[in-house]
Structure formats: C-alpha cells, structure tokens
Design a binder for this molecule. Structure first.
Ligand code: SF4
Length: 214
C-alpha cells in the first residue's frame, strides 16, 4: 500500500519519541533521582506534583467545561483544538508521558505519528481520541474564547480558579527558577540527546530567563 512520506512536523515528533524510548530507562533509575536531588531538585516530588496538578485541571474541565465543549465541538465534530501540526509539544511532555505509560502507549504514539488517522487534524488524534496518556500541556490548557466567555460570564469563580491554574502551571514550566520541564530536558541532554522539542534549552526567551535567575 502507498504510504505518504512524513512531513517535518512528523519527523521531529518521531525523532524525539524514538530518543525518549531509547533513553527513558535512565529517567526511571533511582540513581538519576539521587543525582538530581543532590543538585537540589526533587524530581520524584516534582513528577508527583505535576501529576496531581494535571488531575486538578481535569477536574476543573469536567466541572466547568465538559458540557459546553461536548455540545459545541465534539458532538458537532467541529473541534478546533486538535488542529493539524499546530501543537507545540515540549520534550518534557513526551518524557512525562513515557514515564507514566506502559509499553503500549509509546507504540500507539508512534503509529499515530507515522500514519495519522486524518490529514486535516492533529496527528495524535486517533479514532479512540487523543493517543497520549498525559497529553501535552498546551492541549490541556486550551480553552477556546467562545467557551471561556460563556462560562466565565456566568461563573466568575471559575475564572478565578482558571487564572490560579495558569499561574501554578509556571511552577513546572516557566524557568525563572529550576523547573520540571527544564530538568527533564537536562537529564536527557546529559545522556547525549538533542531535539527541537527541547524548547526550554532552545528558545532564546526562555534561555534569557534562565540566565537572569538571581
Ligand atoms: S495531542 Fe491530543 S489533545 Fe492535543 S491536539 Fe493532538 S489529539 Fe488533540
């Protein structure tokens, strides 16, 4: 059967996934946790804290947005969030997904990247939904303006909770201090990995933040 060549987005995703699969054992080893802790970063509690944070966001969405998103997007099939090649995946997204996944999930991601179910939607959107166990943070935090306006106009308490969630996301992702997303890149870089998904180490803006730390 004719198989389409992968585009540059698919190539960078598969490249990162393959590297993470090859090196992910290092991330799970107790020595890695000990080494990182000796540098003052508690990887174990950061991962646990991140997972708890993600569960909290899921509960927030279930409480405030599930009904409106189901009615406006999923039922009608017009969902705008899973757009083609538009998702900025961080290296840490893939590393965290691998860390909390069994062997089946990375294979599912690989199949999705190599043979997307749709030419018009995100490559990770498979017939059963999103192929990730813990989807990228940009997807988790996506709210379309229509849904946001509809819910927040009626429920200011939901808007306050959302602003609080957005602020607390920075504890894991915004490197004005040592953060999980940076450390997960560093661990793999020290193991010889390099990827365009290592945005914390590749973005000039984020690198400036790191240099300006007190
Ligand atoms: S990664 Fe998953 S949630 Fe994010 S856009 Fe793709 S299918 Fe949608």
């Amino acid at each position: 059967m004719y198989k389409k060549a992968m585009n540059s987005y698919q190539m960078e995703q598969i490249h990162a996934l393959e590297m993470i699969r090859r090196h992910s054992e290092k991330m799970k080893r107790p020595e890695t946790f000990r080494e990182v802790k000796a540098r003052g970063f508690d990887l174990e509690s950061q991962l646990a804290g991140y997972l708890a944070f993600r569960e909290e966001i899921s509960r927030f969405f279930a409480r405030w947005f599930e009904d409106i998103c189901t009615a406006n997007c999923y039922t009608s099939g017009v969902s705008a969030c899973c757009s083609k090649d538009g998702i900025i995946v961080f290296w840490a997204d893939m590393a965290i997904n691998a860390f909390f996944s069994g062997p089946a999930e990375p294979e599912q991601l690989e199949r999705a990247i190599r043979s997307p179910a749709s030419d018009a939607k995100c490559i990770y959107l498979i017939p059963g939904g999103c192929a990730w166990r813990i989807k990228p943070i940009v997807c988790e935090m996506f709210l379309c303006p229509d849904a946001e306006n509809a819910v927040f106009a009626k429920h200011p308490e939901a808007e306050s909770a959302w602003l609080d969630i957005k602020e607390r996301k920075k504890v894991f992702t915004w490197p004005d201090r040592p953060v999980l997303f940076e450390m997960l890149e560093s661990i793999f870089i020290e193991d010889g990995c390099d990827s365009s998904l290592m945005h914390v180490h590749k973005s000039p803006g984020l690198q400036r933040l790191i240099r300006n730390r007190a």
